[in-house]
Design a protein around this ligand. Structure first.
Ligand code: HEC
Length: 91
């Protein structure tokens, strides 16, 4: 289930790379975050955009312990992480 989820996110990231999506749409993968990071549980509200980008980088590189964010983060490049974090924070 989680593996399938990560593959869908990776596919979405690939599609975004083709420029097929309009600039006004959320960056690929950004809307998937709220499925787990809702206001009640695992909220990202306390983190700034740069803290979210750093956390994703740490998950990707394995320097931050994770049960599944390591696999999710590995589906995104650094520029994609920046775009997702900015969108999540409404910037
Ligand atoms: C399938 C559920 C799930 C999805 C989808 C998900 N996350 Fe997470 N996230 C977690 C869990 C669980 C943790 C705690 C670390 C761990 O165990 O992997 C976490 C931790 C984090 C943290 C660190 C939070 C902190 O307080 O330090 C950040 C930042 C984060 N996620 C960002 C994201 C972003 C951005 C997305 C969308 C691209 C996303 N997550 C999608 C489950 C999810």
């Amino acid at each position: 289930m989680l593996a399938v989820c990560a593959r869908v996110i990776a596919l979405a990231a690939t599609l975004a790379g083709t420029g097929a999506l309009a600039d006004s749409l959320p960056p690929a993968g950004a809307t998937s975050c709220s499925g787990c990071h809702s206001a009640q549980m695992l909220s990202l509200d306390a983190l700034s955009a740069s803290e979210i980008v750093r956390a994703l980088e740490e998950f990707r590189s394995g320097t931050r312990d994770a049960t599944l964010m390591d696999r999710i983060a590995s589906g995104f490049t650094e520029p994609e992480s920046v775009a997702i974090a900015a969108w999540l924070k409404g910037e």
